[in-house]
Design a protein around this ligand. Structure first.
Ligand code: 5GP
Length: 114
């Protein structure tokens, strides 16, 4: 896959408000937040979309989800709740082709999504 804005954030070539990182995952505030807390959790590994995950990525996608839920808990959102979203391709609303999980929290979120 080609280079994306998120690859540049991983390489620290452009700034981001990073809130969490480990060997596999980086998390930073969405530049256009849709909730009081809107964090993007991305794998350091360049995976374009959900379609590009395979069996070898099972641990990686698990780590991505666990990093998001741990962060949500650490910020006090466990009881009231929060939403994790991964958009896939055009109809899913994906605009950056480096896999990312949105963590949205801090307000009541409506359903169904638009
Ligand atoms: P998608 O639409 O692909 O699911 O989500 C991409 C998200 O990345 C959007 O919510 C958008 O606001 C965010 N985003 C795009 N460019 C940047 C950037 O340069 N920095 C940050 N922090 N977020 C970005």
């Amino acid at each position: 896959m080609g280079d994306t804005i998120f690859s540049k954030i991983i390489r620290r070539e452009i700034p981001a408000d990073i809130v969490y990182e480990d060997d596999d995952v980086l998390a930073f505030r969405d530049i256009n937040g849709q909730a009081p807390t809107h964090i993007l959790f991305i794998p350091r590994k360049a995976v374009a979309t959900l379609n590009d995950l395979d069996e070898a990525d099972a641990l990686l996608i698990g780590k991505l989800v666990l990093a998001a839920t741990a962060y949500a808990k650490s910020q006090g959102f466990a009881e009231k709740g929060y939403r994790c979203v991964i958009n896939c391709n055009e109809d899913g609303g994906q605009s950056v082709y480096h896999l990312h999980l949105h963590l949205l929290a801090g307000r009541r979120l409506s359903w169904p999504p638009g």
